[in-house]
Design a binder for this molecule. Sequence first.
Ligand SMILES: [Zn+2]
Length: 83
Amino acid sequence: MPLFEYRCESCGHVFEQLILKGSPEPTCPACGASTVEKLLSMFAVSSESTQQRSRERFGATRRVKAEAERREREHYRTDHHDD
Ligand SMILES: [Zn+2]
């Protein structure tokens, strides 16, 4: 779907506009200005959600790793005392 995101250069309003062949230039629905800047919305959205997913994965991995390291240290101390 040729859905594009635009930001109004006049008032800063961001809106999505479906652009079909022969569609007129989009205008800001908030103030009616035709000075709108096309944003790379598809890229921005997918990039943002990818970053969020990788942050969540990274956080979970870190917690698991920290837990494993803690157990390892305790195990090592126990072994050391027994020795
Ligand atoms: Zn506007």
